[in-house]
Design a protein around this ligand. Structure first.
Ligand SMILES: Nc1ncnc2c1ncn2[C@@H]1O[C@H](COP(=O)(O)OP(=O)(O)O)[C@@H](O)[C@H]1O
Ligand SMILES: [Mg+2]
Length: 287
């Protein structure tokens, strides 16, 4: 079956930074067309894993394959959406989306690029904002422009690194739904990094639960529930959420000032809105 074909394959991947192990031999496969969430505590190596898939980090032990070959040879199949939208502030929304195409398809005529860019802004519900500069867009709108820019290059695989964690709860919930709608309409593969249990349960086909460092994959969970999902009303999702939270509870970082053996690193800074905290109650999804 086509849907089961692997698009990303990790085989016994180990990575250390300055002699400190981060990834401790992880193996997994992501299937073409699936929505995969990589879920784990702050600092466990989720972004590192995503950068490996994206071919941005090439020194490690083990093997990483995208579409059966080295990620750096598949860059045309990939697009990133980061936590911060990384827009060019002197370009309009439209020209930011066109910019992605400009880098990827330098031979394309400017008019054609802008027409394609507009189509993706329309898809993201931003038709009326195409002429606005990033400074005049809300945080959610900026992130939607970044998503349109990723879609515009028509990648097989979209890599999203905590893309909603800087947004307020309502915006985050709306964008989750929008990403699901577009994912369903386009058939792309999405690898979505998060440290938020509810977000993973809401979005994922499968959740890859990472341990704390040195990191292994604790579990791969099939969510297998129809969408749109309601974590409050679907007992199977509520049960899954309980299960994942319990798994997390075993992975809490020791209190600040008490680093674990062999880890002399300072604690990760906790950003705004409790980023990095993951023992506290997760925000409720609107019912
Ligand atoms: N370029 C780097 N140099 C040194 N240490 C790094 C580098 N990139 C990441 N790390 C460390 O590797 C660990 C995993 O980082 P990261 O993948 O960003 O975690 P996550 O995204 O899960 O929060 C952290 O301890 C981080 O400090
Ligand atoms: Mg990260």
């Amino acid at each position: 079956m086509q849907a089961a074909a692997p698009i990303v394959q990790f085989g016994h991947v180990r990575k250390q930074f300055a002699g400190r192990p981060v990834l401790d031999g992880i193996s997994f496969t992501i299937r073409r067309g699936e929505f995969a969430c990589l879920l784990g505590p702050s600092g466990c190596g989720k972004s590192t894993t995503l950068r490996m898939i994206g071919g941005l980090l090439r020194e490690f032990e083990g093997s990483v394959l995208v579409e059966g070959t080295r990620p750096e040879d598949r860059w045309r199949s990939l697009a990133f959406v980061f936590q911060s939208p990384r827009l060019v502030h002197w370009r309009t929304a439209l020209d930011n989306v066109a910019f992605g195409l400009e880098l990827r398809e330098p031979g394309m005529r400017a008019e054609e690029r802008r027409r394609a860019a507009l189509q993706y802004l329309v898809m993201m519900g931003l038709a009326l904002d195409a002429g606005k500069y990033p400074a005049h867009l809300s945080g959610g709108e900026r992130q939607r422009v970044a998503f349109a820019r990723a879609l515009a290059v028509d990648p097989a695989l979209i890599l999203m690194d905590e893309p909603f964690s800087d947004l307020d709860v309502n915006t985050r919930e709306r964008l989750r739904d929008q990403v699901i709608t577009i994912w369903q309409a386009t058939g792309k593969t999405i690898v979505f990094v998060t440290h938020d249990v509810d977000e993973a349960v809401y979005l994922a086909d499968r959740i890859f639960v990472f341990s704390r460092k040195p990191t292994q994959i604790l579990r791969i969970l099939d969510v297998g529930r129809p969408r749109p999902r309601d974590l409050e009303r679907d007992p199977a999702l509520a049960e899954l959420r309980r299960e994942v939270r319990a798994l997390f509870a075993t992975q809490r970082e020791p209190p600040h000032g008490f680093p674990s053996a062999g880890d002399g690193q300072p604690p990760e800074p906790a950003g705004p809105r409790g980023r990095g905290s993951w023992s506290g109650p997760a925000p409720r999804l609107g019912g």
